[in-house]
Ligand binder design. Structure first.
Ligand code: FAD
Length: 277
């Protein structure tokens, strides 16, 4: 079976952003991804916007997969979101804890993603295919790698069907993670999350916050291009395509692209990787 790939968006904040995303999505749809997912701001901050993009995607005839985070939310909030997704015939979602944003004091009623997955199963049975997050380079708040692995296993035991990883540029971290969770009895697909390299300074900031390592060789290479954006992007496409090839050749079940709402980098990578051909 050919490996599949999926593409993630964030919900735009402006009507212009919504229109632009529609155009980018139309270009990406030609590549026939298995689904488009849409992120969800912690505490429900993007609740309406996420749902609105999800409805648009579904209306265009694509598989629409909302993300749902539990931090700052009550069980009643989550129940209402799940009911909304069910009535829109959504059958898959990405279940996350999310992060407390500044000014958010209330953690909510569900503390970790495993509790959210349990709640989803208790409320909706097998209606949803549930994806959870995985961290080959470990979650930044994890007490230890061992602890993080155990916590990942809890999410799987709670009923996750598959996992999507945080992005990484070190393929060995992914292979090691898969090997370690397999040794703990986890057999669900673990899909690598792929972040194209477009705006390097933003990527470096984001990577520091989410615990994804940019290897020294890659950082140095990209820094050597200075302000030459075209060369940075070309290098990014080359490096990330090679990463994708290596992952697929060594058994990754598919790829999930963090598109940042831009079609070009993901398209260029997929053309090189030749998924589904
Ligand atoms: P958890 O699995 O709950 O883990 C968080 C931390 O708590 C880890 O350190 C873990 O080791 C520890 N832990 C887990 N369970 C327990 C437990 N039972 N007891 C004690 N400790 C525990 N964020 C958003 O806000 N919106 C999004 O749409 C979004 N989409 C994402 C998509 C993907 C594919 C990924 C990889 C991340 C996404 N994130 C999103 C970011 C995510 O919300 C953060 O990384 C967040 O900090 C952790 O979420 P989680 O679901 O992995 O949490």
């Amino acid at each position: 079976m050919s490996p599949e790939f999926s593409i993630e968006f964030f919900p735009p904040q402006t009507p212009e952003g919504v229109e632009k995303l529609k155009a980018e999505r139309a270009l990406l749809a030609r590549l026939k991804p298995s689904f488009f997912s849409v992120t969800y701001g912690a505490g429900g901050s993007t609740r309406e916007r996420t749902f609105s993009v999800i409805r648009e995607i579904a209306a265009e005839g694509h598989v629409a997969v909302p993300h749902l985070s539990c931090i700052g939310a009550s069980r009643a909030d989550i129940r209402a979101m799940l009911a909304g997704f069910q009535s829109a015939s959504i059958r898959r979602l990405v279940a996350l804890r999310g992060d407390l944003s500044s000014g958010m004091a209330d953690m909510g009623e569900l503390r970790h993603a495993n509790e959210l997955v349990e709640f989803i199963r208790a409320e909706t049975g097998d209606w949803f295919h549930v994806d959870v997050a995985a961290y080959p380079e470990w979650h930044p708040q994890a007490k230890s790698p061992r602890d993080d692995l155990q916590n990942f296993v809890r999410k799987v035991k709670a009923g996750a069907n598959s996992a999507i990883t945080q992005y990484f540029y070190n393929a060995d971290a992914y292979f090691r993670f898969v090997e370690e969770v397999r040794a703990l009895g986890v057999d669900i697909p673990i899909i690598p999350g792929i972040m194209p390299i477009n705006n390097f300074s933003r990527l470096a900031r984001f990577s520091a916050a989410c615990g994804a390592e940019i290897p020294r060789w890659l950082r140095k290479k990209i820094e050597s291009y200075g302000d030459d954006t075209a060369s940075i992007r070309a290098c990014g496409v080359e490096v990330v395509s090679e990463l994708c090839r290596r992952l697929l050749q060594n058994g990754a079940p598919g790829l999930h692209f963090y598109s940042m709402n831009q079609s070009a980098p993901t398209t260029q990578i997929l053309e090189r990787v030749n998924v589904k051909k």
